[in-house]
Design a protein around this ligand. Structure first.
Ligand code: SAM
Length: 194
């Protein structure tokens, strides 16, 4: 892997890419400016014969507008035919997503260069993951990047560590990647259905 400012994200993307087929369905639970969705769309929507779908969530209208622009400018096909964007919290996917999904991605925290108080929160993140488990297809995974460099992010990461440790190992394999020689480094959790 080439050197980059966000190696955790590059690792996550490598997992997404090797896991997904072009007919799969994915959720971006934290759309933000749309960079992660764009990456997923290049696997699931853009290739010839791709029949994948994407569902995206964000509570900020500002993020949604910026993501829509990014997708329009960078995808050749009409992106909104196969990408549904919800200006809603990711707390309960079952209200919006009526199909089984193969991958759910979270890039937790706040919108870069924006109000840091509008950030993902422990309680809603955990209930979102719980609702995510209910809609996973047979082949499915959940990818979570968490950031312990800010107070809410640190709480969220500690809660995730506690919560994920208790998940049945007969049902899911859970990997935790973190740079040990870097203070407050982001974490990547990869939860794969067995
Ligand atoms: C770190 S950013 C995501 C970055 C994004 N994936 C990208 O590629 O640009 C985190 C996003 O999560 C959103 N968010 C916070 N709480 C949320 C919730 N309960 N449901 C959905 N989105 C939420 C924030 O508004 C913010 O845009």
């Amino acid at each position: 892997m080439k050197s980059t400012k966000s190696p955790h994200l590059e690792y996550a993307k490598n997992y997404w890419k090797s896991f997904l087929d072009k007919s799969d369905i994915a959720i971006d639970a934290t759309l933000g400016n749309g960079f992660d969705t764009l990456y997923l769309a290049k696997i699931l929507i853009e290739p010839v014969n791709a029949t994948g779908r994407l569902f995206c969530f964000d509570i900020q209208k500002k993020a949604i507008n910026s993501a829509k622009l990014l997708l329009k400018e960078n995808l050749k096909k009409n992106p909104f035919k196969n990408i549904n964007i919800f200006n809603n919290s990711h707390e309960d996917f079952t209200k919006y997503v009526k199909t089984k999904v193969n991958l759910i991605v979270y890039n937790l925290g706040y919108l870069p260069k924006s109000d840091k108080k509008i950030t993902t929160k422990t309680k809603t993140t955990i209930s979102s993951i719980e609702s995510g488990f209910k809609i996973l297809a047979k082949k499915a995974a959940i990818s979570i990047i968490s950031y312990s460099g800010h107070i809410e992010g640190e709480k969220e990461e500690l809660a995730l560590l506690e919560y994920l440790k208790k998940i049945d190992r007969n049902e899911y394999s859970i990997l935790h990647l973190r740079w040990l020689n870097k203070q407050k480094a982001p974490s990547l959790f990869w939860i794969e259905k067995k």
